[in-house]
Ligand binder design. Structure first.
Ligand SMILES: Cc1cc2nc3c(=O)[nH]c(=O)nc-3n(C[C@H](O)[C@H](O)[C@H](O)COP(=O)(O)O)c2cc1C
Length: 358
C-alpha cells in the first residue's frame, strides 16, 4: 500500500471512531422498542433475607467479579477515547466488574494510538476483554491473525479476546466491509491455536440458535449475545450518512434501524444451543440493574452495558463510578425483591417474556 493511502486509511479509522462516540452522545440512536420492558420478574412478598446480605459476586472466565456486570467495549483509537476508557477502567476497578475496549484495529494501523486502549492496564480490573471486528479477521492469513491477536491482547493485558460480529453495521455503513465469508473458519482457527479464551460478541443484532451452535462447535469460550433493543448501529450509520450526504446509506440506516434478534430472545436461543454451559453475556439495551437481573434470570451469566455509561464516561471518573454503582445497587434491589440471596439463586426465579414462562 502507498504511504499516503495508508495514512489516509489511518485517519479515516480515527475519524470514524470519533464520529461514532459523538453521534452516540448527541443523537437518539436507540431502537424504537426496548425488549427488557417485555420481561417481568416474579415479585417475592416474603424474600426471607436481608438486602445487605445479598452476595453479588460471581466467577466469569475464571475471574472473580464483584457483580456479574461487564462494561462493554466502546472506544479507543482516537485521542479522546483514552479518557473515556480510563474513566470506565477506574469504575471497573472500584466495583470489580469486567471491562472491554472498542475495536483495537486503529492501534494495529497506527501504534501511536495504543495508549488510548492500554490505559486500562493501569487499573486493577478483574476481567479485561480485547476486541477486534470479524470483518477484519477474515482478511488476515493464519499467522497474521495470530500475531495481531497477540498484539491486541498484550496491549491491554487482556484475559479474553472478543471477536465482534458487526455485519449489520458493515452492511449499512458508507465505507463498510461486508465480507463475512471465511469468518467461522477464522474463529475456529483462533479458538484452536490462540492461548487466550475467545469470546464472540454481536453488537446489536443478536445471535440465533443456529449461529450459536456453529460458534460452540468452533470452540468459543463464551458468547455475548449483543442483541437488539439498545444501541442501533444502523441508526448510528444513518446519522453518519446524513453528515456525509450519502443518500443510499441514509435509506439503509433507516430501513434497518430496528433490525435484529431482541436481547432476551437471543439469551434463550443461545441458551438452548449451550450444551457445554459456557458463559453467556447479555449486552444490548441494558439500562439498569433491573434489566441486568432480568438477563440473569433468563439464563445469562453476566450483563453488559455500553451506551448508557457513555455520557458519564465523557465527563469524569466520579460521574462514571456513580452511574456504574447505581446499576449494582439496582441489581441488588431486584435480587432482594425476588428473594435471591446470590447470583445462582436467580436461575430459579419466576419470569414471563412473551410466550416464555418459568
Ligand atoms: C459509541 C459506541 C462504540 C462501539 N464500538 C464497539 C466496538 O468497537 N466493538 C464492539 O464489539 N462493540 C462496540 N460497540 C457496541 C457495544 O459494545 C454494545 O454491544 C452495544 O452498544 C449494545 O449495548 P447498549 O445497548 O448498552 O449500548 C460500541 C457501542 C457504542 C455506543
Amino acid at each position: 500500500m502507498h504511504l499516503h493511502s495508508r495514512d489516509e486509511k489511518m485517519n479515516q479509522t480515527e475519524e470514524r471512531k470519533r464520529e461514532h462516540v459523538q453521534i452516540a452522545l448527541d443523537e437518539d440512536v436507540s431502537m424504537h422498542h426496548n425488549y427488557w420492558d417485555d420481561v417481568h420478574l416474579m415479585h417475592n412478598a416474603l424474600p426471607e433475607l436481608n438486602k445487605e446480605d445479598i452476595d453479588l459476586s460471581t466467577v466469569l472466565f475464571g475471574k472473580k467479579l464483584g457483580a456479574p456486570l461487564i462494561i462493554a467495549g466502546m472506544t479507543g483509537g482516537y485521542a479522546e477515547g483514552k479518557k473515556i476508557n480510563e474513566n470506565l477502567a477506574a469504575a471497573a476497578e472500584k466495583l470489580q466488574v469486567g471491562l472491554g475496549v472498542g475495536s483495537q484495529r486503529a492501534a494495529l494501523e497506527n501504534p501511536k494510538l495504543k495508549e488510548t486502549y492500554s490505559i486500562i492496564k493501569e487499573y486493577d480490573v478483574p476481567l479485561k476483554i480485547a476486541n477486534i471486528g470479524a470483518s477484519q479477521i477474515v482478511l488476515w492469513e493464519k499467522e497474521e491473525l495470530l500475531e495481531h491477536a497477540k498484539t491486541i491482547v498484550e496491549m491491554i493485558d487482556a484475559d479474553v479476546i472478543a471477536i465482534c460480529l458487526n455485519f449489520l453495521q458493515e452492511a449499512v455503513q458508507p465505507e463498510g466491509e461486508a465480507h463475512a465469508k471465511g469468518c467461522l473458519d477464522a474463529i475456529t482457527m483462533l479458538c484452536k491455536e490462540f492461548k487466550k479464551p475467545v469470546l464472540v460478541k454481536e453488537s446489536g443484532a443478536g445471535i440465533s440458535f443456529n449461529a450459536a451452535q456453529s460458534l460452540y462447535h468452533a470452540g468459543v469460550a463464551g458468547i455475548d449475545v449483543g442483541g437488539a433493543g439498545g444501541t442501533s448501529f444502523a441508526a448510528v450509520e444513518f446519522y453518519r450518512a446524513q453528515m456525509k450526504n450519502e443518500e443510499a446509506n441514509i435509506r439503509l440506516g433507516k430501513t434497518f434501524w430496528d433490525w435484529g434478534i431482541p436481547t432476551p430472545t437471543s439469551i434463550l436461543e443461545v441458551g438452548k444451543a449451550n450444551d457445554w454451559k459456557l458463559p453467556i453475556i447479555a449486552t444490548g439495551g441494558v439500562r439498569s440493574g433491573l434489566d441486568a437481573a432480568k438477563a440473569l434470570v433468563l439464563g445469562a451469566n453476566a450483563a453488559g452495558l455500553a451506551r448508557c455509561l457513555l455520557k458519564s464516561a465523557m465527563k469524569d471518573s466520579r460521574a462514571t463510578l456513580f452511574s456504574c454503582d447505581l446499576v449494582v445497587r439496582e441489581l441488588q434491589t431486584a435480587m432482594f425483591l425476588v428473594g435471591a440471596e446470590n447470583i445462582d439463586a436467580l436461575s430459579s426465579v419466576g419470569v414471563t417474556y412473551d410466550e416464555f414462562k418459568k
